[in-house]
Write a protein that binds this ligand. Sequence first.
Ligand code: COA
Length: 426
Amino acid sequence: MTQALKGVRILDFTHVQSGPTCTQLLAWFGADVIKVERPGVGDITRGQLIDVPNADSLYFTMLNHNKRSITLDTKNPKGKEVLTALIKKCDVLVENFGPGVLDRMGFPWETIQKINPKLIVASIKGFGPGPYEDCKVYENVAQCTGGSASTTGFRDGLPLVTGAQIGDSGTGLHLALGIVTALYHRTHSGVGQRVTVAMQDGVLNLARVKLRDQQRLAHGPLKEYSQFGEGIPFGDAVPRAGNDSGGGQPGRILKCKGWETDPNAYLYFITQAPVWEKICDVIGEPGWKTHPDYAKPPARLSRLNEIFARIEQWTMTKTKFEAMDILNKDDIPCGPILSMKELAEDQSLRATGTVVEVDHPKRGKYLSVGNPIKLSASPSDVKRSPLLGEHTDEILKQVLEFNDSQVAEIHASGALTPPPKVQAAE
Ligand code: COA
């Protein structure tokens, strides 16, 4: 079995979260990912949210598996020479610098194309062309400007950002798809191209059901939103809808046994129309199967608060796992609210490699999320993230084929820092 992207070499200029999630995915699929980092500093996340002294943070280690690291000052003339040599040897350059950084470094698209016309140049920026194109952007800015925050939370509360990093990791996923698509295109066109994803666009893509609802509003109230049943009029923009489902099957988060003390003793319950009669039997309301106020979905829309309150009376008599077992026997869609502790301990996620234990020379063992995308003929092995500049000399000699005196000359120029010594954690 060979890894799907074996033979593809990536020049990884990414930092923080959005870009690194993209190149980590490509590395898991077998690409040789060479992470270029500033001498002495490296990716800023190495030192952010430190939990173990003198070890790279989990923020960094969990986003940079399976990569090699070279330090390089790309503003140093010798550093620029090394970068030019790397551009010639790579298939893809990925970056998520602030707007204009690559141009200021002396490597605009036109220059890169001249150096290597087959190179694919993939970029993440906060915004696409337009009034905000020069702005620097982080996760929550993207969530707020991409339509997620205005539609998340409760109607009468503040807009909310989500815990899932849809602005960073979501955009990284979009970019990875753009890169493999451009690589496929290159197999018959023979040329590289630019791939760009704006974080605002990525978030809006993930929030597309809310743009759907924006247009439906022109034709009347959104009847599946709780506020319709509560008799609260709609304004001219899609409102926040709490835990209402985003689709046509009404759903809510309901309390389960133990909710008074356990903040995660809840279950998401969906009143899917085809299993309505089974739901009525399970919760002890068989009369609702034929009653005109409850039997058909349109009649239920104005009574969702009453219906979910009745279902909750039932879920509160069960733990979330007991409720899940009972409901799934009848194919009633539902999902327990799982805490990060429960997910970290979940043995089935360990068995599939979605949650993995990784060993690191400076921090020892830690848990990470492995590759969630499974290929039947190309398994992913999760290897620890590199120390800063760990592979500097290896890359200069093996990839760029520099001899010892050339390597010594580059070191003497101050364009990079010597690789660290790797020792196992005590
Ligand atoms: N050698 C020399 N200089 C380097 C270097 C290297 N190896 N790597 C980076 N630098 C320099 C850049 O050249 C730039 O210098 P300049 O501004 O003088 O041209 C400088 O580092 C800062 O780069 P920048 O990317 O702007 O970093 P920042 O810390 O100021 O901003 C972000 C961080 C994330 C806000 C910004 O990169 C950004 O908006 N990225 C696009 C959107 C994005 O991906 N956001 C999500 C991040 S999770």
